[in-house]
Design a binder for this molecule. Structure first.
Ligand SMILES: [Zn+2]
Length: 233
């Protein structure tokens, strides 16, 4: 293994070569012993090592990427998690991104001429969404959110009594339906009303609830979903 790695040494990048030198130096100072290795984190956990300990330590440091819980503390289908991962990393195929990649000529939102359709506009600030967010979050500030992060925070603030998993799943559900609705409007020429949007939310939730862990009481989410109405002020 070591000999094979050395054979590749002159073909790696300078950064990889530096990593390799550091690893080689560390291994040169290591003296194997007949007793089993002990693994432990420097901080956070007194004994032993598990991947979950490293995960918790990283998470508690506040250094993780934004919207971490939105991606991992939910019971949504895998393809929706992939969608959220792209969204968190600003890789969703909005018109602004496709224009930046040279695929489209214009970055304009299909519904707002002259305004670039980036992630925050598509999911939060597009005027066609204001009524939906106002009804869904019962948040009078709806319309003043500027980023997806603001929106997620506002929804969590409006549902403080809910388990985090429920909050994150619900926000993910709304973002997912927003994305699907936008695509139907853009590619199929469909005219989706707020009432139809909420019907789609309810239909998806019915399917997703089957995936919910038994330890989580989903009653608040079911009640919230049943209360969704385009007539909510
Ligand atoms: Zn728009």
């Amino acid at each position: 293994m070591g000999a094979a790695a050395l054979a590749w040494c002159d073909r790696v990048s300078p950064a990889t070569a530096a990593d390799f030198a550091m690893l080689e130096d560390a291994l040169a100072r290591h003296r194997p012993t007949p007793v089993p290795d002990r693994h432990a984190l420097v901080a956070g956990v007194p004994t032993g090592f598990k991947t979950s300990y490293a995960y918790r330590l990283l998470h508690s440091s506040g250094c993780g990427p934004p919207l971490h819980d939105l991606n991992w503390d939910t019971f949504v289908p895998v393809r929706v998690k992939v969608f959220i991962w792209f969204l968190r990393h600003r890789r969703t195929r909005t018109r602004a991104r496709l224009c930046r990649l040279g695929i489209l000529q214009s970055s304009d939102c299909p519904f707002c001429p002259g305004v670039a359709e980036d992630v925050d506009h598509l999911f939060v600030n597009c005027p066609r969404l204001l009524r939906i967010w106002r009804c869904a979050s019962a948040d009078p500030r709806a319309g003043s959110h500027r980023t997806v992060e603001d929106l997620v925070d506002a929804f969590s603030d409006a549902h403080l009594g809910w388990p985090l998993t429920l909050c994150m799943t619900t926000t993910t559900l709304l973002l997912w339906i927003t994305w699907k609705t936008r695509n139907r409007m853009v590619f199929d020429g469909a005219n989706i009303t707020t009432a139809e949007f909420f019907t789609s939310v309810r239909d998806h939730l019915t399917l997703w609830l089957v995936r919910a862990p038994h330890r989580i009481d989903c009653a608040p989410l079911v009640a919230w979903c049943a209360s969704l109405s385009p007539l909510t002020p």
